[in-house]
Design a protein around this ligand. Sequence first.
Ligand code: GDP
Length: 301
Amino acid sequence: MFESLSDRLSGVFERLRGRGALNEADVRAAMREVRIALLEADVALPVVRDFIERVTEKAVGQSVLRSITPGQQVVKIVHDALVEMLGGEGADGAASELMLNVAPPAVVMMVGLQGSGKTTSTAKIAKRLKEKSAKKVMMASLDVNRPAAQEQLATLGVQAGVATLPIVPGQSPVDIARRALQAAKLQGFDVVMLDTAGRLHVDQPLMDEMKAVAEIADPAETLLVVDALTGQDAVNVARSFSDQVALTGVVLTRMDGDARGGAALSMRAVTGKPIKFAGTGEKLDGLEAFQPGRVAGRILG
Ligand code: GDP
């Protein structure tokens, strides 16, 4: 469906073979192709502009390596800049893990719109913490609006082998959060994961509710869950949440779908926070540490 960027760039640089350095006119011509590729990958326009500017600055005047063509060289420069903007190769490992070095229980607050994959991601991360870090984890659903949301988390808890806070009907999200913290302290849990209520779109009561929960729970991590397939919309969602809540990271779901990964670049640029995990399926083991290198390759096509 998409012509790969590498192919396009080799077209641009056909006549350039054998020349010593990348000049500004050639780089500009190449950047027009890069711009199209990024827009096709669903990267937000302001992010594309900023990216092109940075890469142009980096590329102009660079001498072309003897072993590769000018086209390949620009692809490499673009690839490296994408990786850097997505969080750097280092983020594949340590940086993508959660920072939970606080007095237990460490609270992880999950926020996002309804349908973004928030509840599923909560259970996936809880399972990962249990299996990879041997943490004793409890999950609690604060979603009192959507019928059966609390039961959904309880069911996932059974599947994941992770405890969930017993459901008490009629409690407010803040009450549930308080009860979860108390229970976790008493029972010696290391981590409490709070699955906050989603909404169909961003609204003020949702934000106020999240702030109230954050105030009493003092989360070590606040993760925004966004659906990679929603492209430009995901950017607006990220901006709204980021403006109102102190996010510490992002979980990008549905990376198993046909999204070209542009949302990742936009997310990082808009929130300034690392993408910690990628959701790669409906099952509870469909979660990976976010890998900038792989996503950069996907954006380039
Ligand atoms: P919530 O309303 O944000 O809590 O969303 P849910 O966690 O209930 O997820 C909504 C739907 O998306 C469910 O059918 C999930 O199985 C599915 N889902 C969640 N994450 C992923 C993912 O990474 N990949 C795929 N393919 N489906 C996902």
